[in-house]
Design a protein around this ligand. Structure first.
Ligand SMILES: Cc1cc2nc3c(=O)[nH]c(=O)nc-3n(C[C@H](O)[C@H](O)[C@H](O)COP(=O)(O)O)c2cc1C
Ligand SMILES: Nc1ncnc2c1ncn2[C@@H]1O[C@H](COP(=O)(O)OP(=O)(O)O)[C@@H](O)[C@H]1O
Length: 326
């Protein structure tokens, strides 16, 4: 998949562009329904599937004080799209000039004029153009005279709730990882580089890979979790335009602590994972951490012995969970 941030960098391929528009944060089940339809339709007509999104997200530009933390970095979002088979992700920088386009100008100049869209797909609650004035219905009305079909996708429901990025954020922030996974269709995950810590873990018998946390992203509630860690290898800085392919690597069951380590006098938030049945050097490599299940809150133990005893109990609980859910 090509990841581009400028319309001029969208390749010209096939019989034209089939376009889906959204914010795509998290790429939950409802996003996936649209993107799968996009890919299928583009393949059917021999066209190119283009998912238009934004980076940074509109809210981060228009009302930064109200902008929620993101469920994914641009790279994480792009890789999930690549895995779904999308041909191009156009992540437009949402600046003031873009925000000021009227719905008419967006359709006539951007979608038709610059992108040559043949069909358009949007979610039922999509808004676009100045002040968010354009709705899915506006899109239909503007595209109909141009002979461009608009497909509006209805909400996807899970456990009686509409699937939305807001619902996913809520579940993640509460540490409800199984709810988050039901909405996402996969576990909530973060990626990061392993950096060095205080080198204390190995003395406790539990070396813990210290995963650097990107600012501005949403993290689960602090605490101890059952996790799965994928070793992705060398970090690959992403500078669009770039070709993005889904990455993978060896996968390990793990237990992790997202916390400040009060027992050893720590104060800043860290994400530290102990991988089961692994030995080796992870410093400088990139990992993906899937948060699977909340186990317990972090506690201040009277000393390291009590901490290690708890880590043994955590290991048993985490291994048992992984076995049950293999
Ligand atoms: C599964 C797990 C649970 C943990 N729980 C706690 C805890 O409840 N309280 C605490 O102070 N530290 C906890 N820790 C953090 C350890 O104190 C930390 O990993 C250890 O101090 C090693 O730090 P280092 O990697 O910087 O050397 C936990 C670590 C893991 C992997
Ligand atoms: N099973 C394992 N789980 C996590 N890290 C491991 C494991 N085995 C070896 N390591 C290595 O040990 C490092 C963590 O050891 P630790 O003593 O906790 O040091 P630090 O404080 O620098 O994180 C990891 O970054 C990784 O390179």
């Amino acid at each position: 998949m090509e990841l581009v941030t400028r319309i001029a960098d969208v390749p010209l391929r096939g019989t034209g562009n089939i376009v889906a528009i959204g914010k795509w944060d998290g790429i939950h089940l409802a996003h996936q329904a649209i993107l799968r339809a996009l890919v299928n339709e583009a393949r059917r007509v021999g066209g190119q599937s283009v998912a238009i999104g934004f980076h940074p997200l509109p809210m981060a530009v228009l009302r930064p004080e109200l902008a929620p933390p993101m469920l994914q970095t641009l790279e994480e979002r792009a890789e999930v799209m690549a895995a779904l088979g999308v041909d191009v992700h156009l992540a437009l920088p949402f600046d003031r000039a873009f925000a000021d386009l009227t719905p008419e100008a967006f359709v006539h100049d951007v979608l038709v004029g610059q992108l040559g869209a043949r069909q358009v797909m949007v979610g039922f609650n999509n808004t676009f153009g100045r002040g968010g004035k354009g709705t899915a219905e506006t899109m239909r009305q503007l595209c109909a005279p141009l002979g461009i079909p608009v497909h509006v996708f209805q909400p996807v429901r899970v456990d009686g709730e509409n699937v939305s990025s807001t619902e996913v954020r809520f579940a993640v922030a509460k540490g409800r990882m199984e709810s988050a996974a039901r909405l996402l269709g996969r576990p909530f995950a973060i990626r990061g580089t392993v950096v060095s810590g205080d080198q204390r873990g190995r003395q406790l018998g539990y070396p813990t890979a210290n995963i650097r946390i990107e600012p501005g992203r949403l993290l689960p509630a602090p605490g101890v979790y059952v996790a799965r860690v994928t070793l992705l290898g060398e970090p690959r800085p992403l500078l669009p335009p770039a070709t993005v392919a889904p990455r993978s690597g060896p996968v390990y069951g793990a237990m992790l602590n997202l916390g400040t380590r009060p027992t050893v006098g720590g104060s800043e938030l860290r994400c530290e994972a102990h991988l089961f049945d692994f030995g080796g050097d992870l410093y400088g490599s990139e990992v993906q951490v899937d948060f699977l299940q909340y186990l317990r809150p972090e506690r201040a133990f009277p000393g390291v012995e009590a901490l290690v005893a708890q880590l043994r109990a955590d290991e048993q609980a985490a291994r048992a969970w992984l076995e049950r859910n293999a």
